[in-house]
Ligand binder design. Structure first.
Ligand SMILES: [Fe+2]
Ligand SMILES: [Fe+2]
Length: 195
């Protein structure tokens, strides 16, 4: 694809998101896109794909759950039983469906990076890892360990992913939320990869 076509697509999608999302979520989306671009440069992934997936990863987060559910049912990805029980993770799967059906994005790398950004899975692709981490380290984040994650994401991506899943699983357990099997498998995957 020519560079100008890509730039035009990014401009159109940015305008669409600005109209579709709250100011806070729009800012987050642009920040995740920028963080994903930088991580893609650092880890040798496609920077255009990283930017686009980061920009769109939360595009359905503010939709009512019935609309998210409808998108998920018509989308290109299977949804596990536990994911159906866990509404906070739906928006990633709905985003991939929306990007596919409404925006005509058919690049499975980009769709998968949005689909898995809420739950993760064992054997994540580099682009999936990058969007997952970019979501945790985006510029507006202020949680206690954010600077630690920012550093780690640039120095040791496997360790960053392992600690990210430790963090995600701990918070799921604290809230008493269901844990998708793929999230537990992601944790085990990075744990054994480090050994
Ligand atoms: Fe999200
Ligand atoms: Fe996000």
């Amino acid at each position: 694809m020519a560079k100008s076509v890509k730039n035009e697509q990014v401009r159109e999608i940015t305008a669409l998101l600005k109209a579709r999302l709250s100011k806070k979520r729009f800012t987050h989306s642009v920040n995740v896109a920028r963080a994903a671009f930088m991580l893609a440069e650092r880890w040798g992934a496609d920077t255009d794909k990283a930017y686009l997936a980061g920009l769109l990863h939360d595009c359905c987060k503010e939709l009512p759950f019935p609309e998210q559910e409808e998108l998920m049912r018509g989308g290109p990805f299977e949804v596990s039983e536990i994911e159906w029980l866990s509404k906070p993770v739906w928006h990633g799967i709905a985003a991939a469906s929306y990007m596919h059906a409404e925006l005509g994005i058919d690049d499975m790398d980009i769709l998968a990076a949005a689909r898995w950004h809420t739950v993760g899975h064992a054997g994540m692709s580099r682009l999936e890892e990058i969007v997952y981490m970019a979501d945790l380290i985006s510029a507006e984040r202020t949680y206690r360990d954010v600077d630690h994650f920012r550093k780690l994401a640039h120095t040791d991506l496997d360790q960053a992913m392992l600690e990210a899943f430790q963090y995600a699983i701990t918070s799921l357990l604290k809230k008493g939320n269901p844990m998708p099997v793929c999230t537990a498998e992601a944790y085990n995957y990075y744990l054994t990869k480090k050994k």
